[in-house]
Design a protein around this ligand. Structure first.
Ligand SMILES: [Fe+2]
Length: 180
């Protein structure tokens, strides 16, 4: 691993071991901004010539957090979704990701009828990272050429999560990483 990736993983592990709550995750988010600003790390893992799509850069055997690199050659807009009982940090390397955060206003939880309202919209540019805790609903929208790092609290392929269809006003369970 590059020095910066090793340092990031060591520091994230030590933070999350002592504080796995929102404050600890926020500290990891700040570390992620430092990671994606490191030119050697970017060149080694998420440069313009990195393999297309998603790849796992690191998975922590003890705590289960995962560091993923993405090099996207196609634009993508995800549906609103949450991260179940996990969390995710998106750290932008190149281009941008437009983030929309939502609040659920139907008073429900879980699958079924669901009504969303937009809470916040903003753009993550290179060097910026956002933290999305478990039940926080968000959608991502990026153009071709976007590169970013995502750190998840666990392997999201194994965490049941919700995806929202705004037009149909429904929440559905997803059990794979199809909605990132
Ligand atoms: Fe997400």
């Amino acid at each position: 691993m590059s020095d910066a990736l090793t340092t990031f993983c060591d520091e994230a592990r030590s933070i999350l071991r002592t504080d796995a709550g929102p404050a600890g995750r926020e500290r990891v988010r700040a570390l992620a901004e430092r990671l994606v600003a490191d030119a050697d790390f970017v060149a080694a893992y998420v440069g313009p010539d990195a393999p297309l799509g998603k790849r796992t850069l690191y998975q922590d055997a003890d705590l289960g957090f995962v560091v993923l690199g993405y090099n996207q050659d196609k634009p993508h807009r995800s549906p609103p979704h949450d991260h179940g009982w996990s969390w995710a940090i998106y750290a932008q390397v190149a281009s941008y990701t437009d983030m929309t955060e939502y609040r659920r206003v139907d008073g429900g939880a879980g699958a079924g009828t669901a009504e969303l309202e937009v809470a916040k919209k903003y753009r993550l540019g290179p060097g910026q990272a956002g933290l999305y805790d478990g039940a926080e609903i968000h959608a991502i929208d990026y153009p071709a050429g976007a590169r970013y790092v995502r750190i998840t609290g666990t392997d999201l392929d194994r965490a049941p999560r919700l995806r929202y269809d705004e037009a149909a006003r429904r929440a559905m369970v997803i059990e794979s990483a199809s909605a990132s």
